[in-house]
Write a protein that binds this ligand. Structure first.
Ligand SMILES: [Zn+2]
Length: 193
């Protein structure tokens, strides 16, 4: 089990056939997950293709997460919460200025992912929409408006992914207030297989 400290991010390799368990040790904390083909980082996780192929925005156990080239990168094999988000981009310093009206923002998931993935050749502009583990984004179907509510995850809850190709993963303990009930907590992850 590895620990991602609050408001930080990490990058690591995940081999085809390995399982990645992302857990929320204290509860109500989002983890942003991005993935790249380890052998060609221009192939990246694609929210748009995944939502298109699934014909739904809420993805849970059994669902496949596709790349921009329509290859399956990850499959969700366990999700005891049933509410994750794949619409919103990783939080960013400009977001804190725009949404939170924070004049002196701390580093955010976008910057943390860029720092972690940079040594592997991933440029900041190439970081895709993240699969936001535990993020709770209900939609008003009539108006199309969205809200970011506290995650439904309680202490110890987890989501497990199976890698369908050799991947480079970026993973954060989300630095946004709305994604941590403003109590910025760590994220744990484990790899097996
Ligand atoms: Zn974030």
């Amino acid at each position: 089990m590895y620990n991602i400290p609050p408001q930080s991010g990490i990058a690591f390799f995940l081999h085809a056939g390995q399982r990645l368990a992302v857990s929320d040790p204290l509860g109500e904390q989002v983890a942003d997950l991005v993935a790249f083909n380890r052998n060609d980082i221009l192939e990246a996780l694609s929210s748009r293709r995944t939502i298109d192929y699934a014909s739904r925005i809420y993805l849970t156990t059994g669902r496949k997460l596709y790349s921009n080239r329509s290859n399956v990168m990850l499959r969700i094999v366990e999700d005891n919460i049933g509410r994750q988000d794949f619409l919103l981009t990783p939080c960013a310093v400009p977001l804190f200025r725009i949404i939170y009206d924070d004049p002196d923002p701390h580093p955010a998931c976008s910057e943390n992912l860029a720092a972690a993935l940079g040594p592997y050749g991933v440029r900041a502009d190439a970081i895709p929409t993240a699969f936001n583990c535990f993020m709770n984004v209900p939609i008003d179907g009539k108006a199309g408006s969205i809200r970011v509510l506290p995650p439904r995850s309680q202490a110890g809850d987890r989501i497990v992914f199976l890698a369908e190709m050799d991947l480079l993963i970026g993973l954060t303990a989300c630095a946004a207030g709305q994604s941590s009930t403003f109590r910025f907590k760590p994220i744990h992850y484990a790899i097996d297989g």
